[in-house]
Design a protein around this ligand. Structure first.
Ligand SMILES: Cc1cc2nc3c(=O)[nH]c(=O)nc-3n(C[C@H](O)[C@H](O)[C@H](O)COP(=O)(O)O)c2cc1C
Length: 186
């Protein structure tokens, strides 16, 4: 049983990294392997809106723009659950997360319930700093993504500088409960 953690901060010792640590700790405690892919290092470019707006993403569920996307896409399809941990930038996902999920959505959304992702658990974490503003709008992007790719919402959780210690415990606890659910579902 394996959960894939996609993280999208350039900082290896910031709040996003602490959130990844909490997720990993909870999953591992619950008996589920957790692997992190850092999207800032994955070489995933932005969608090129091929042809008239759709490329092979629509027909083949495969992106025709060859870069780091394909490798991460394959790992997402293989995982038993997906956890996306992003810093809040401009009240949204960070750019590396947005680049990846924009292309993932195009490849998977039109498969409907035939997507390997359909019915699998999704957990999203939004790490805000500065003002603490934009947590909801960032989570809303994840909410919409999960609907498009037909995953199941396990948790959508945000934190900011004032709530971080309390929420890090909550993130670990939620990830542990997710691991238990994955084990029970087999
Ligand atoms: C380009 C940019 C935009 C940001 N926008 C927001 C924001 O809208 N709301 C907020 O609370 N913090 C914002 N921040 C602060 C980050 O969310 C915060 O520093 C977060 O902890 C970054 O994660 P990290 O510690 O992993 O780098 C922004 C930071 C950057 C670099």
């Amino acid at each position: 049983m394996e959960a894939l953690i996609l993280s999208s901060s350039p900082n290896t010792d910031g709040l996003t990294a602490r959130c990844v640590g909490a997720v990993r700790s909870g999953l591992t405690a619950g008996g589920v392997d957790a692997t992190e892919v850092r999207l800032t290092d994955a070489g995933v470019g932005v969608c090129r809106q091929c042809s008239d707006g759709w490329g092979t993403c629509r027909t083949d569920h495969h992106c025709q723009v060859s870069d780091g996307f394909q490798a991460v896409h394959a790992r997402v399809l293989d995982a038993d659950a997906l956890v996306l941990v992003t810093p809040v930038y401009w009240g949204d996902l960070s750019e590396s997360a947005k680049a990846f999920v924009d292309r993932l959505r195009r490849c998977e959304a039109l498969r409907g319930d035939g997507s390997p992702l359909a019915g699998r658990w999704f957990m999203g974490v939004a790490a805000a700093g500065g003002s603490g503003g934009g947590q909801i709008s960032c989570l809303e992007q994840m909410e919409r993504l999960v609907g498009h790719i037909r995953m199941k919402r396990w948790d959508l959780i945000s934190l900011c500088r004032w709530t971080r210690e309390a929420k890090l415990h909550a993130i670990e606890s939620s990830a542990r409960a997710l691991a238990r659910a994955l084990q029970e579902e087999g």
